[in-house]
Design a protein around this ligand. Structure first.
Ligand code: GRF
Length: 207
């Protein structure tokens, strides 16, 4: 059984997709051990509570320093002791110590086809604004392992989504969520839970 902790900051639609996939059997051999948010107002926390999943808010604003927050965040993660950490719309930089301790055991969903529109400053709606500004015709989402960089770890799955005439950033964001994020993130968790993939020479391959 793969124990996962899902880290969230906002609406939690990716968390909801994971919870639904566990319930309907699209994700097997997996248990959501907990949900952690940095944002006390995150609707994702309400989604977790409604589903009876232990949820915790650990906000950097509640700590004197970033180091103190990092320590508290890591302590809670150690307490939950997951096999896999899933960053689902999580907007906090992951502490170096956590990345080292959970090497190739942290995954992230990013709303673009990495290496486009990713890295520092590219998150949430900003990603879609940049894609529309550039005039690309195809966007999509990427789920990847987290390493020391920003959106630079080994890519697990990607899924393309077409840009349509007249798209606003909000409309495009929603389509990327519906047609890509909510599909490849659960798929990646199920693949890891059932030993279907591994990292070899910095690339994800079939196990
Ligand atoms: C989404 O745009 C997602 O791609 C990004 O965070 C945003 C909010 O996701 N990672 P959610 O609704 O909180 O899952």
């Amino acid at each position: 059984m793969l124990n996962i902790v899902v880290c969230v900051s906002g609406g939690g639609t990716n968390l909801q997709a994971i919870m639904d996939a566990v319930s309907n059997g699209q994700i097997t051999n997996t248990k959501i051990a907990g949900v952690i948010s940095n944002n006390p107002g995150a609707f994702a926390l309400e989604r977790a509570q409604k589903a009876g999943i232990p949820s915790f808010c650990i906000s950097p604003k509640s700590y004197e320093s970033r180091e103190d927050f990092n320590e508290a965040f890591l302590a809670k993660m150690d307490e939950l002791n997951p096999d896999l950490i899933v960053l689902a719309g999580f907007l906090v930089v992951i502490p170096e110590k956590m990345i080292q301790k959970f090497k190739n055991r942290i995954i992230n969903i990013h709303p673009s086809l990495i290496p486009s529109f990713c890295g520092t400053g590219y998150y949430g709606l900003k990603v879609h604004e940049a894609a529309l500004d550039r005039g690309v015709k195809v966007v999509g989402a990427t789920v990847h392992f987290v390493d020391e960089g920003t959106d630079t770890g080994p890519i697990i799955y990607q899924k393309p989504v077409m840009v349509e005439e007249g798209d606003t950033p909000e409309v495009l964001q929603r389509r990327v969520m519906e047609q890509a994020e909510w599909i490849i993130l659960p798929k990646a968790i199920d693949a890891i839970a059932n030993g279907k993939i591994k990292v070899k020479d910095g690339k994800v391959v079939q196990a």
